[in-house]
Structures are given as C-alpha cells and as structure tokens.
Design a protein around this ligand. Sequence first.
Ligand code: 5GP
Ligand code: ZN
Length: 114
Amino acid sequence: MSTEDCLFCRIIAGDVPSTKVFENDRAYAFRDIAPQAPTHVVVVPKEHYVDTADLARKDPTYLGEVLAAAVDVAEQEGLTGGYRILTNTGPDSGQTVFHLHLHVLGGRPLGALG
Ligand code: 5GP
Ligand code: ZN
C-alpha cells in the first residue's frame, strides 16, 4: 500500500483533516472520529507500518517511542484516574485501518476488556 492509499498517512500529511492532540518528530496523535470514551485519541508513527507486529519486528525502539507518545497524550489529556492503551492487530482483532495505531481511552471507568 502506498501512502496515497493509506488514510492515516494522508492524515499525517495533512491531506485529510484531523483534530491534532500531540505531535513530536516520530509520532502524531489526533481525536478519533467515533470516540468510544470521553477521551479517545489515536496515536500513530509518522512512518507507515501495518500493525504492531510489523513495527515490533522491524524497529522495536520506534514502537517504544510511539508507546511513550501515547503516555504523553494521556498525561496531556489529564487522565489522572487511569487510562487504557490498546492496539488492534489483524482482522480478527477488528483492525480497520492498516497503519499501526494506539488507541488512548479514558475519562470514565472503562470496565473489563470485552
Ligand atoms: P481500528 O479499528 O483499526 O483499531 O481503529 C481505527 C480507528 O480509526 C477507529 O476507532 C475509527 O473510528 C478511526 N477512524 C477511522 N477513520 C477516521 C478518520 O477519518 N478520522 C479520524 N479522526 N478517525 C478515524
Ligand atoms: Zn500509512
């Protein structure tokens, strides 16, 4: 898949509008269009990787940097009561956008994983 075909690459490039929450040299974060919690932010590496497995195998240090960006987002959003960081990998997980992304969810008690 080329970056022209990837929704999140187009968001990172600014070709598709998004509500930016956080950005550093390696990661970009924006509000989810269909929030599942009062705070629901999507954190993506600026470079294209399909999913967590793809980045973990190719550049695990970079995966750590994306995770750290998600923690920065949670702190910036004031999620002092706790939060959930999750990432879907592959069709059985429900992944719909095949550019690795971490969901940061919080702002209410989230309950058990379904
Ligand atoms: P996945 O289901 O792949 O784990 O997560 C994809 C997420 O991207 C979903 O939560 C969905 O609501 C969000 N999403 C899909 N299209 C857009 C969009 O155009 N803009 C934003 N901000 N979020 C999107
Ligand atoms: Zn992409």
